[in-house]
Design a protein around this ligand. Structure first.
Ligand code: ADE
Ligand code: ZN
Length: 350
């Protein structure tokens, strides 16, 4: 659907046009996962970094993932091309431009400070780069940062990361937990989360992507999150599904990621519609679009096709993405009104 510069070349279908014009927010996007192969080569040349690939075709061939870890190994290696403030700014600008073209009005963007600070890059360099691009892109698309702790590293390293970020927290709205899930349960991070919340950050956490439903429970009960990233393995636990609906816990679901990381290799078996029918506040997002074959609009379209979603379902998903965001109530109402106006002015299907 998109070429290597991320530009769509096909004639859009009616549903494609509808989805890309639909106002929405994106709540599960790793900025390091928006590093397109072309930008990886450009930054590698600019910064004199050697890459294990000779061409875009070799990169694409490497992106055949067996599971989350096989993806993470490649993803952390690629981040080595990001070195200077301008690199982080370029990465963020490119993402925000693509998201805006998909109807995204607001994005809550994960970043992994440890991926950069462990290579000797100052966290201030990272955050200043992002913020300059975010300021340039507003008000067409607003955005905020969610600082993630890498869960394959110890909780003490998460505490150090939070401390290093303290001078920059005016630019950070949330705290998250990502990286290899199996064997790294949320409760290990109780202390850094307690400190992050005390510092004013809103907690979210990846849970129930590859890890068991019990990890979703401990993210809720121990870390105090009200929004779960992925959460798809909740479908194995009907009582947990009821709880998520009853407590209005949001799920930030990423269909193409789930497919490419073999969580649901057949998207037709994805539980997203069952979650919607159970009354859960489900949202659709892109996770790491440069690696998984599509930005947020592509994710809406792929899951719509796989599950036979209607326009009404897609509008509900967009409305959920506004409700589940960290935005203040006034902006939520304004964006919901924009959705209403868009839907009522959009021509009916032929
Ligand atoms: N970091 C980037 N993408 C991730 C994912 N899908 N799960 C966990 N950590 C990640
Ligand atoms: Zn993720």
């Amino acid at each position: 659907m998109t070429d290597k510069e991320g530009i769509r070349r096909e004639v859009p279908t009616d549903l494609d046009r509808f989805v890309r014009g639909l106002p929405k927010s994106e709540l599960h996007i790793h900025i390091e996962g928006t590093l397109e192969a072309q930008m990886m080569f450009d930054l590698a040349r600019r910064n004199g970094v050697a890459l294990p690939y000779g061409s875009i075709e070799e990169v694409e061939a490497a992106y055949a993932f067996a599971d989350l870890q096989s993806f993470l190994d490649i993803y952390y290696q690629a981040a080595a091309v990001l070195q200077k403030e301008a690199d982080f700014a370029d990465l963020m600008s490119a993402y925000l431009a693509r998201a805006a073209a998909d109807g995204v009005r607001h994005a809550e963007v994960f970043f992994d400070p440890q991926t950069h600070t462990d290579r000797g890059i100052d966290i201030g360099t990272v955050i200043r780069g992002f913020v300059s691009a975010q300021e340039d892109a507003a008000p067409d698309i607003t955005s905020t940062l969610i600082l993630c702790f890498l869960r394959h590293l110890p909780a003490a390293a998460a505490v150090e990361t939070l401390d290093a970020a303290r001078p920059h927290l005016e630019h950070v709205q949330g705290v998250g937990l990502d990286s290899g899930e199996k064997g790294n349960p949320p409760e290990l991070f109780a202390e850094p989360y307690r400190m992050a919340v005390e510092a004013g950050l809103i907690p979210v956490a990846h849970a129930g992507e590859e890890g068991p439903p019990g990890y979703i429970r401990s993210a809720l009960d121990v870390l105090g999150v009200r929004r779960i990233d992925h959460g798809v393995r909740a479908w194995e636990d009907p009582e947990l599904v009821d709880r998520l609906a009853r407590e209005r816990v949001a799920l930030t679901v990423c269909p193409l990621s789930n497919q490419r990381l073999q969580v649901f290799p057949d998207l037709g078996l994805h539980p997203l519609k069952r979650f919607m029918d159970a009354g859960i506040l489900v949202t659709v997002n892109s996770d790491d679009p440069a690696y998984f074959g599509g930005y947020v609009g592509d994710n809406y379209l792929a899951i719509a096709e796989a599950l036979g979603l209607t326009r009404t379902d897609l509008v509900q998903l967009a409305r959920n993405s506004i409700d589940a965001s960290f935005l203040p109530d006034g902006r939520k109402v304004a964006l919901q009104d924009e959705i209403t106006a868009y839907v009522s002015s959009y021509p009916a299907s032929p």
